[in-house]
Design a protein around this ligand. Sequence first.
Ligand code: SAM
Length: 288
Amino acid sequence: MKEYLGNPKNTIEIIQKYEFMFQKKFGQNFLIDTHVLEKIINAAGVTKDDCVLEIGPGIGTMTQYLAENARQVVAVEIDRNLIPILGETLAAWDNVTIINEDILKVDIRELADRYNGGRPIKVVANLPYYITTPIIMGLFESGVPIDNITVMVQKEVADRMKEGPGSKDYGALSLAVQYYAKPEIVANVPPNCFIPRPNVGSAVIRLTRYTDPPVTVRDEKLMFKLIRASFNQRRKTLQNGLNNAPELPFSKEKVAAAIARMGLPASVRGEALTLSQFAELSDILGEP
Ligand code: SAM
């Protein structure tokens, strides 16, 4: 029989039955709201053709919904105390594989190959918030074939991912995400939709992977070095930010000339530049 977890009663029952202890260090906040679960699955557009990677299934609440809607679900969970629980809560579905591992150590490309023949997968998760950025950046930078990433994250982080120049939330994460994907906030989710309640607001964000990046740049790595250096020293001018970064080899004169060639004032700050301006700056500075 299929016993769904997406409500407080069944969730508490399972937690008590296994005497499960929540681990703060793993960012464990389990979803207990069916409307939110349905919104996430719908936003990801999960169909019976899809192979879905779930990061951190917890007790399997969202995994059940994914298994119902997808062809195949691969769920990676770090906490070994949750594995026997998942054995029970997912027993009614035969299209779920649980991997007891740290997602940051898993070869996700290999998983996509093994379970989806190298075709693009969907990533759906209520993420452990303490490692949101390394998870998202790892997924993009490692070249895993991805259709979209639809995830619950801390509200502030969702805002940072979608902002542009002029916003206080604009930064290196915004530019990195927007180079690889189109970000859209799908829902804002209050703390009372989780057990235990997190002490921050949450949001579901969908990142739809671009087939071709929205800007062309000769040296992607150099562009991201420039972006990181500019935002490391937010209050400094772009010129000073780039000159003070030990990983960048450019002379003061070369940086000043590049900024002038782009028609920007010498006092411009990095936070005023768009993604295409960072690409242009990278192309100019990278010229032999
Ligand atoms: N998906 C469940 C839900 O929505 O109710 C649980 C979400 S909870 C916010 C995050 C989950 O990620 C927890 O189950 C936690 O143990 C797991 N987790 C934390 N760090 C992890 C890591 N490095 N690798 C894999 N899973 C991790």
